[in-house]
Design a protein around this ligand. Structure first.
Ligand code: 5GP
Length: 179
């Protein structure tokens, strides 16, 4: 795609798919005794969730949750609103939360607290991208795809004003500040 908003590639398609296959193998081994319920956070994690699920050789189940955070378009405030809640009951389930990117970690801290209160048997996090050095609290991530520099990125599910989600790679955003 030829678009001046697409900056240098941070993680290319091959690196993404190779790492996701590795994560899938790890998850398959770790959950051999009890397949996880994958909980994807919309919209950003949809692409990662689809590829990750196909790399897990277990009868996983799926649910999705949509959240929106108040604050500017490129920075979260930590105040999170649930836009779409889960359909399934988490009681006694092995829940694996699938996140696109952890920046400040505030969204994840909120989600973890919210989901813990629903009494899952276990709760772990799989984040595709983690920005280096920005987390205010220890995000305690069991599975991490890539640690990346703290730039604003697009692609592979991540957007600016709903664009760029379908790029098969992750790139730095090089366009005007989103409005
Ligand atoms: P946090 O609460 O960790 O600061 O931010 C997490 C959420 O902010 C992510 O789930 C994602 O929706 C959004 N976000 C954080 N960094 C980026 C980024 O570099 N690009 C895009 N498109 N969204 C981001």
């Amino acid at each position: 795609m030829n678009d001046p908003g697409i900056g240098p590639v941070i993680v290319d398609e091959h690196e993404l798919q190779t790492r996701i296959r590795e994560l899938g193998k790890e998850i398959t081994a770790d959950y051999a005794d009890g397949p996880p319920l994958l909980v994807g956070i919309l919209k950003g994690a949809f692409m990662f969730m689809a590829d990750l699920a196909r790399a897990i050789d277990l009868p996983v189940e799926f649910d999705f949750m949509a959240v929106s955070s108040y604050g500017s378009a490129t920075r979260t405030s930590g105040v999170v609103r649930i836009v779409k809640d889960l359909d399934l009951d988490l009681t006694d389930r092995h829940v694996l939360l699938v996140e696109d990117i952890v920046d400040s970690g505030l969204t994840l801290a909120y989600l973890r607290k919210n989901l813990k209160a629903r009494h899952p048997a276990s709760l772990e996090v799989c984040a595709l991208l983690v920005k280096e050095g920005l987390q205010k609290t220890d995000p305690d991530l069991k599975y991490v795809g890539f640690r990346i520099p703290p730039d604003f990125v697009i692609g592979y599910g991540l957007d600016v004003d709903e664009r760029y989600r379908n790029l098969p790679y992750v790139a730095r955003y090089a366009g005007p500040p989103p409005g």
